[in-house]
Design a protein around this ligand. Structure first.
Ligand SMILES: [Zn+2]
Length: 381
């Protein structure tokens, strides 16, 4: 056994014990199969099924798993799983196998039809999003979906071109990269924003206790008012180049689409990162939230619904952090006794305003290199 293979054995096991691989070859006659066109969210899920990021799932969920996940946050076999991974269709296909295609009509995969079932959008919204309000972007998308779910295992023979090829690491690739560096305990950090000092601090506090850090920005669909992925990726590059030790950090893209399901998505994000080889996962306040649909700590409290070690990956909970002038350091309400007036705090709106005017926020708030990337992005908008 090679050193890397031995090192890989010390990483956390994938969810369910083994990484699923649903890539394969196109069968003969694939072009004559009935075609099902996937939405961009479903395409993200398909690609994550292919790579094993959604292990142990081998395809889109059947009714038993679906009902169990919606009601209990567990698959029918009892394994933790917090969000449906389903494919919506208008009606049952006639054949046993269908072709899965993107909007352009390219056939990417086949699905072996297991069943087609009805689902209740309001129940799914209430349970998974904790609201039936269609102003919630995840709920709105659910309500727009087709009325039935098509379930079955998939075989993917054409993966989408990654938007950021240098960041395209499948779970097997991140595991290999961790093992090669001798990392055993790795903390994953999910983000869909540029990283300013506050989140740099969280990631480094977490890194102090483990071997390596996976900065894992989500690059699938986000809301239109989120910072575009290309700009964020440039921000991560300048930040990591200037301020992180290269042998302790890996930046790689997380191809998921945002669901904005807050607490349940925090658990789902953690399970996916376990498949990528992370033993720990950072959960901040209002993780994967949107608007004020979720309480500040809901995404942390939800982990109490699982037995100790049931998820295996260890969530690490963080408070908001800030630069404190009296501490002369980054701190949080947990570690700083001083008056909030001592804290360098800027609202998101204020930061956007400054950047749009070409002004650098204080260095206690944002690294100048990161701010400069954002200023450029606003200028060319
Ligand atoms: Zn202080």
């Amino acid at each position: 056994m090679t050193d890397v293979a031995i090192a890989a054995q010390h990483l956390i096991k994938p969810h369910g014990g083994q990484l699923v691989d649903r890539t394969g070859y196109a069968p003969d006659g694939v072009d004559s199969l009935e075609k099902v066109t996937l939405t961009s969210r479903e395409l993200s899920d398909l690609d994550m099924l292919a790579s094993g990021a959604l292990s142990p799932l081998e395809g889109f969920m059947g009714s038993e798993d679906y009902a169990s996940v919606v009601e209990t946050m567990h698959l029918a076999n009892g394994m933790p799983w917090s969000l449906p991974v389903c494919l919506a269709v208008d009606e049952a296909p006639s054949g046993d196998v269908v072709a899965l295609a993107n909007e352009a009509g390219d056939v990417l995969a086949t699905l072996e039809v297991q069943e087609v079932f009805d689902y209740d959008k309001h129940v799914e919204a209430e349970e998974c999003f904790r609201t039936t309000d269609d102003a919630h972007p995840g709920v709105a998308r659910l309500y727009e979906q087709k009325p039935k779910y098509l379930a079955g295992s998939v075989t993917v023979f054409q993966r989408p071109e990654p938007a950021f090829p240098e960041l395209a690491f499948d779970p097997a690739d991140t595991r290999f990269a961790f093992a090669k560096r001798g990392w055993k305990r790795v903390v994953g950090f999910q983000t869909r924003n540029p990283i300013h000092r506050a989140h740099e601090y969280l990631t480094k506090v977490a890194l102090e206790t483990v071997d390596g850090l996976l900065i894992h920005p989500l690059v699938g669909d986000t809301k239109s008012d989120d910072v575009p992925a290309a700009t964020r990726v440039e921000c991560y590059r300048v930040l990591v180049d200037g301020y992180y030790p290269h042998n302790r950090v890996l930046v790689s893209a997380f191809p998921a689409a945002m669901r904005y399901a807050g607490p349940r998505e925090a658990v789902w994000h953690a399970i996916c990162r376990k498949n990528y080889g992370c033993s720990h996962f950072i959960v901040g306040r209002d993780h994967a939230g949107v608007g004020d649909y979720y309480g500040t700590y809901d995404a942390q409290l939800i982990f109490e619904h699982f037995e100790p070690h049931e998820l295996d990956i260890e969530p690490i909970f963080f408070e908001h952090s800030f630069w404190c002038r009296s501490c002369g350091a980054m701190a949080s309400a947990k570690t700083c006794p001083h008056d909030p007036a001592d804290h360098v705090f800027l609202s998101g709106t204020k930061v956007r305003e400054m950047l749009a005017n070409g002004e650098l926020p204080p260095v206690e708030f944002s690294r100048p290199e990161v701010a400069q990337v954002l200023i450029e992005a606003y200028r060319t908008e």
